[in-house]
Design a protein around this ligand. Structure first.
Ligand SMILES: [Zn+2]
Length: 433
């Protein structure tokens, strides 16, 4: 289990991974109460070009068919299955662009660069420039197999993140898995080009119009490698496609929302016999409202909550004041939330339960999104988990505990808040006092 804590500790060093400009090192005070414009593009699908990048000194180990299935497939452990289960009636899917490389239209173009793997730590000052030189070389080759211009649906000369996103899979290793830089490793991230990268007459992945790309390393665990699991891929796509912020503490080693959502350490969820990240837990309730996939309901008195893996999944909103509110959701024991079992303290006893979220709009500001600081203050988070019993997230570096859930064995700890919660079931009767 050691590597998971390492991953967590160093993940927090990765500042600005959701930032879409060059100023992510700044840390100015945000203007109060300024909510970022929603980035909900109301798309049920977005074309994603996958570029496998081989280098002179290291090449990819998996076939194009393998990565086409991992990204576009709809079986458990494949990215489109994850997004289908998280987006409910929207049924969001990544689609394969039209391309002529090898197997046409499988969404995969493989390029071979004459240079070695950039092999640069994300903590190095030259990281972004070095990586973007590599990406430009890869795009120069990929351009032969795709007409980027056909994805500029609004004809503004730029490919927005909802018109075409690019996923670069670098041969070599994933630094985020190791929690440190390894030889021929790259730290997964989502970013964009500030400089012009024009192909077929359109700017590709340009920051100016919300263009985006994702970079991941092909293999996890350099000492005993396996192909990357989907967790970190769907996490980075959460940044690129939906502009979701990181919800771990981007400025410290503990706090944030721990393992309770995809945009934090929940990306590393897995089940017995799997590798970490094979079963990333669901996006948290707030993230699903931000993407526009769920509109929370406001209730009074007894109500029901359908669990995350069911088509009727819903969220209850309880206003506190003009800027704060609670969200309640019912996390499942099956589907992707089964990934809780291997990452939470006492996770083996996880049977599902209610999560209570406290949302602070004062922290959900344009600047905090821009600088990835939504949850950078442990004592004042934008998106917080109200742990049912024995809170641990703010005290030690961990992914959280099953005690964070409201469920019947915890009842004495929270009876003043709820009645009638909650034996594990897909629909629970609850009574908010
Ligand atoms: Zn991130």
């Amino acid at each position: 289990m050691k590597q998971f804590f390492l991953v967590f500790l160093v993940t927090i060093l990765f500042l600005g991974c959701s930032s879409s400009n060059d100023s992510s090192d700044s840390n100015t005070q945000p203007p109060p109460n300024l909510k970022p414009a929603t980035v909900n593009h109301h798309k049920s699908s977005i074309p994603n070009l996958v570029v496998m990048v081989d280098f002179a000194n290291i090449t990819t180990t998996q076939t194009e068919a393998f990565w086409s299935s991992k990204i576009f497939g709809t079986n458990p452990g494949e990215a489109n299955d994850y997004y289908a289960q998280n987006s409910y009636s929207t049924h969001f899917q990544l689609t394969q662009p039209i391309e002529t490389y090898n197997t046409p239209n499988d969404g995969i173009i493989k390029v071979t660069l004459s240079t070695n793997h950039p092999n640069i730590s994300i903590n190095s000052s030259g990281f972004k420039n070095t990586i973007q030189q590599t990406l430009a070389s890869a795009l120069n080759q990929a351009d032969s197999y795709i007409d980027f211009s056909i994805y500029d649906a609004n004809n503004d000369g730029y490919l927005q993140n909802y018109e075409l996103n690019i996923i670069f899979i670098f041969a070599g290793y994933e630094d985020a898995y190791e929690g440190k830089h390894v030889t021929n490793g790259v730290w997964a991230h989502s970013s964009c080009f500030s400089a012009s990268k024009k192909y077929d007459g359109v700017e590709v992945s340009n920051c100016k119009k919300n263009g985006s790309y994702v970079v991941v390393g092909e293999q996890h665990n350099a000492s005993s490698p396996h192909p990357a699991t989907i967790g970190i891929i769907v996490h980075e796509l959460g940044h690129a496609l939906f502009k979701l912020p990181d919800l771990y503490n981007t400025a410290g080693s503990y706090g944030g929302i721990g393992g309770f959502g995809l945009m934090s350490s929940g990306m590393w969820g897995f089940k017995t016999g799997e590798n970490p990240g094979a079963t990333p837990v669901h996006m948290c309730a707030w993230s699903k409202t931000y993407t526009g996939w769920i509109t929370p309901k406001e209730v009074s008195g007894p109500s029901t909550l359908t669990s995350t893996d069911q088509s009727g999944y819903d969220i209850i909103k309880i206003p506190i004041d003009s800027t704060h509110y609670y969200l309640l959701e019912n996390r499942s024991v099956t589907g992707y939330d089964a990934g809780f079992k291997k990452i939470l303290i006492n996770g083996s006893s996880y049977q599902g339960g209610i999560l209570l979220w406290k949302i602070n709009n004062n922290k959900l500001t344009v600047d905090n999104f821009l600088y990835n600081n939504v949850n950078a203050d442990t004592n004042n988070k934008g998106v917080d988990v109200v742990e049912a019993k024995n809170p641990v997230l703010n005290n030690i570096s961990n992914y959280g505990s099953v005690d964070g859930f409201f469920f019947s064995p915890n009842a004495t700890a929270y009876k003043s808040i709820f009645d009638g919660v909650s034996t594990p079931a897909s629909v629970m009767n609850i009574n908010i006092k």
